[in-house]
Design a protein around this ligand. Structure first.
Ligand SMILES: Nc1ncnc2c1ncn2[C@@H]1O[C@H](COP(=O)(O)OP(=O)(O)O)[C@@H](O)[C@H]1O
Ligand SMILES: [Mg+2]
Length: 337
């Protein structure tokens, strides 16, 4: 008897591109408990969409498998599909239908009885703040409004689990914040489990309860954002001195108390990544002072998820994104939505 809403075991997907094989996803295993908000964070090309497309039964894994809402993706895909919502990457088409009619069509598609569909459409219009344009056609909506409609469409059959592939990509910061508020509210109101992907570090950091970092087809870290930052990055501290000689003398003390390797950004400055920089910094200043080494400048910067990514991969997320853009675009086997 299991209570996990997603159980993935060894999910692997290879695409053939001409004569070469692309390892899009390699041996990904994890479980998600009901009610969680999990973010897949990773640069373009990391394998986030491919993983979601396997979990939502859109493409079969090359090997490995998963149970989603209690059903096997390979043997009972229709059972899985009936119990999940999926909002793919990119915006919805420019439908000529009005927003409310679009929702009702979606309900009919999922076999939701008409009366129930109407009530649900109205509730979603309300909770996703679509009321003021419910009678507009989809093509008249802004990017952020379309994304909210996409999410409403994914929720018309009241699934306990929804997959959102880069819901906020391409939106301006205000629409992103607004969309996130709606995602958080939906969870609060309906207890929907949310599994989403993003390549925005700040979003994963702020909103996700659990962050799975993906790179080159593998999950390379999986924890809460604070835990990832504390264990993998640490606070960046710098201490500046009047002379290079003072900095030389101080470096050993700093290394010993910090229990970490030190670096020298310039001749008079010593830097280190440390645990609990807030407490360590005043202590270092006192100890150095007692040795006659006056600290003239000090900074302490808490880590970001980008520092985590850097610590894990040796490159920043932006560098990884840029590197992917320069690789050739894949042949399209199956619709890449
Ligand atoms: N249909 C496909 N055919 C060939 N290669 C693909 C296909 N879909 C994705 N890929 C490749 O698989 C890798 C992972 O892609 P994807 O899952 O879309 O990454 P992400 O969503 O993290 O940006 C990339 O190298 C991509 O080019
Ligand atoms: Mg993607």
């Amino acid at each position: 008897m299991t209570t996990s809403i997603i159980e993935a075991e060894g999910l692997t997907k290879q695409f053939s591109r001409g004569k070469t094989t692309v390892d899009a996803v390699t041996d990904v295993s994890f479980t998600v408990e009901p009610g969680g908000l999990v973010a897949f964070l990773g640069p373009n090309g990391a394998g986030k969409s491919t993983t979601i497309r396997m979990l939502t039964t859109l493409i079969p894994p090359t090997s490995g498998g998963a149970r989603v809402v209690g059903h096997d993706i390979a043997t009972t895909p229709e059972q899985v599909r009936a119990r999940i919502g999926y909002v793919g990457q990119g915006t919805s088409g420019s439908f000529a239908q009005r927003v409310r009619d679009e929702l009702l069509s979606q309900g009919a598609f999922y076999g939701v009885p008409a009366k129930q569909a109407k009530a649900r459409a109205d509730a979603l219009i309300e909770s996703l703040d679509l009321a003021s344009f419910a009678t507009r056609t989809v093509q008249q909506l802004s990017g952020g409004q379309k994304r909210r409609l996409d999410i409403a469409l994914g929720l018309m059959h009241a699934p306990p689990l929804i997959f959102l592939d880069e819901p906020s990509t391409g939106l301006d910061p205000q629409s992103r914040a607004n969309l996130w508020q709606h995602i958080l509210d939906l969870r609060e109101q309906h207890g929907t489990t949310v599994f989403l992907t993003t390549h925005y570090l700040d979003e994963a950091d702020r909103y996700a309860e659990r962050v799975m970092v993906m790179d080159a087809g593998r999950v390379i870290a999986d924890d809460t954002a604070p835990a990832l930052k504390a264990t993998l990055a640490g606070d960046a501290i710098t201490l500046g001195f009047a002379s290079a000689a003072d900095a030389d003398a101080a470096e050993a003390t700093i290394g010993r108390l910090a229990e970490r390797a030190t670096t020298r950004p310039d001749a008079t400055t010593v830097a280190a990544n440390v645990d609990d920089g807030e407490r360590l910094l005043p202590r270092l200043i006192r100890d150095l002072d007692a040795q006659g080494l006056a600290v003239e400048r000090a900074t302490g910067v808490p880590p970001t998820l980008d520092d985590v990514f850097l610590a894990l991969t040796g490159r920043t997320l932006r560098e990884a994104d840029a590197a992917h853009e320069t690789t050739p675009t894949p042949a399209t086997e199956g619709a890449s939505s």
